[in-house]
Design a protein around this ligand. Sequence first.
Ligand code: ZN
Length: 257
Amino acid sequence: MQSVSEEKFRQEITRFCHLIYEKCYVASTDGNVSVRLPDGNIMCTPTICNKGFVKPEDMVIIDSKGKRVKGERKASSEMAMHLLIYEMRPDANAVVHAHPACATAYAAAGIPLNKALISEVVLALGCIPLAEYGTPGTPELTDQLRPFVKSYDALLMANHGVVTSGANLEDAFNRMDTVEHFAKISIYTKILGRERLLSSEDVEKLWVQRQKYYGLDESEAQPKDPMCPVTDGLSETISLTRSELIDLIERVVSTLK
Ligand SMILES: [Zn+2]
């Protein structure tokens, strides 16, 4: 016998699976989606299924240890990652894992999305750190994620993809959407050849707003990573006018005389 709420969650996961497929956040059988049910069990997508065609009846229910409780098919092989998030984050009731192209490019390049470039991203996520590589479906992967789960709602997984969590499925999906959009903007700034980061004062003000907006206490709202002007000495771009450049060259030449 299936409860009304169970059917509602089956429909909801299906809807968001179709959405992440339509938005090209996954290809082929990539990715997995889950929700925490009111009884504490987890409903998730089955292993080896295309998210564009998955149906409500395909969903699997597992307990908090990963043991199958209900369903014809096997749960996704990456459920350990979801279970880790549910265990460490009592506030999370949904997890989305996908491989959106731009954010996954950052993950493959080994670059975190941790720069204070866009005010709304700072407000929504703070930043998106990069967890080091671990073989999918093994404890290696969860071990790499563990240090970040408590403090971040969205993570890049090196050479793999992205995982986001939220109070509900829409929340977790929105975070995936924000990460991919931000990755795209970050790539465009590379094409333009210039990044102008928010100052630490600007970020400080955003953290005060974030605190009010999400009703967080001060410790929860503080930045967990350096996000403001990160100077690695290699990637910084400066711009000068023609006359400033001539003036600079003339001054250098005059010191050599
Ligand atoms: Zn994956």
